[in-house]
Design a binder for this molecule. Structure first.
Ligand SMILES: CC(C)(COP(=O)(O)OP(=O)(O)OC[C@H]1O[C@@H](n2cnc3c(N)ncnc32)[C@H](O)[C@@H]1O)[C@@H](O)C(=O)NCCC(=O)NCCS
Ligand SMILES: Nc1ncnc2c1ncn2[C@@H]1O[C@H](COP(=O)(O)OP(=O)(O)OP(=O)(O)O)[C@@H](O)[C@H]1O
Length: 293
């Protein structure tokens, strides 16, 4: 599994980047959408209308985002109040969704660097575009320079975010150019998301040694370990112990067909492919270098 935290300047193209990666195979979780979900909660609606009056409600009782935006983005106290109310819900929902997913996941989080980066984000992606382009692109949303700047006052500055991000996407050209550059990254991210552990078992040491040599030479697995196992079998009050060997290594799920065929040809008795939910950053980088290249 690989979770990318996608953030960026206001109106720079976070959603556009996420949607392009979605079309290339990623699953998306969107913090803005979850924040909008939070606004449907009756307690949240009651607290907001008690604080700001019924002006923040539409005729149908739903929240009026543009009125809330004009209140919270022009007053730090109100901004903090709303963030304290909405963010815990968004954080919990995001974590819950991540737990139910696998593979390559994009978490679109406008405040990724402003709030603590969640532990389940593996890599951060910062989407940036010059202000004049953002103005032109967001005009249709009714956002002018003041609206963009008033939201951005609450965000960390661009230089800090650029320095902190694992990957910076400059969205300063056409959508076609953006798609081309994102599809190159997508190929890598899909393989990173598919890093896995493989296991094979045999009671014959020679069989397992030969399989290890063949797999090791293929370059499609790395960090091979051979572990002697003792299987304890309790039957009718007595214990019998069988020796066998486990070969364990890292690989990529894309190579599984080859790995399984090789292990079967070499005569291993059982094979397993185990998905990995989380790797340390250093181990992930090393495995990418060793297996994906
Ligand atoms: C104030 C609200 C109702 C305005 O809704 P609106 O439809 O105008 O904007 P939307 O939610 O779609 O956000 C659009 C963009 O505004 C910017 N933005 C949104 N929230 C924030 C914020 N707290 N700080 C700075 N910029 C923000 C981001 O670039 C975001 O992508 C809404 O943004 C909100 O509830 N914000 C508080 C919750 C929050 O911080 N959400 C961000 C994800 S955790
Ligand atoms: N390379 C591009 N060329 C032209 N238009 C673009 C490009 N990238 C994004 N856009 C347009 O710019 C607008 C803003 O993009 P998008 O909604 O992806 O930004 P965002 O960062 O998600 O915004 P927000 O801050 O509201 O979350 C959209 O109308 C989108 O279609």
């Amino acid at each position: 599994m690989l979770v990318l935290g996608v953030t960026g300047d206001v109106g720079a193209g976070k959603s556009t980047v996420s949607q392009i990666w979605k079309s290339l195979g990623a699953t998306i979780i969107d913090a803005d959408a979850l924040a909008h979900e939070a606004w449907k909660d009756t307690t949240v609606l009651r607290r907001a209308s008690e604080r700001w009056g019924t002006q923040v409600l539409l005729g149908n009782g739903h929240i009026n985002p543009s009125v809330v935006a004009s209140i919270v983005f022009s007053d730090m106290t109100e901004y903090e109040w709303v963030c304290d109310m909405i963010h815990p819900f968004v954080r919990i929902e995001m974590e819950r969704k991540v737990a139910s997913l696998q593979g390559w996941v994009i978490a679109e989080i406008p405040l990724l660097f402003e709030n603590r980066i969640p532990w389940w984000v593996d890599l951060s992606v910062y989407v940036t575009a010059p202000l004049d382009l953002r103005l032109a692109r967001n005009e249709v949303r009714g956002w002018n320079k003041e609206e963009i700047e008033r939201r951005e006052r609450f965000l960390r500055n661009a230089e800090e975010k650029r320095a902190e991000a694992d990957l910076v996407i400059r969205n300063d050209s056409s959508i076609d150019t953006l798609e081309q550059s994102l599809s190159r990254y997508a190929a890598l991210f899909k393989k990173m998301a598919a890093l896995c552990e493989i296991r094979g078992y045999s009671s014959d040491e020679l069989v397992i040694r030969k399989a290890a040599i063949r797999l090791g030479a293929s370059g499609q697995v790395t960090r091979i370990e051979i572990v002697p196992l003792t299987n304890a079998l309790v039957r009718g009050g007595s214990l019998s112990m069988n020796k066998r060997y486990m070969m364990r290594a890292y690989s990529c799920e894309f190579y599984w067909a080859f790995v399984e065929r090789t292990l079967t040809e070499e005569g291993l008795e059982e094979t397993e492919l185990i998905s990995i939910r989380r790797l340390s950053r250093s181990l992930r980088n090393e495995l990418v270098e060793e297996i994906i290249g």
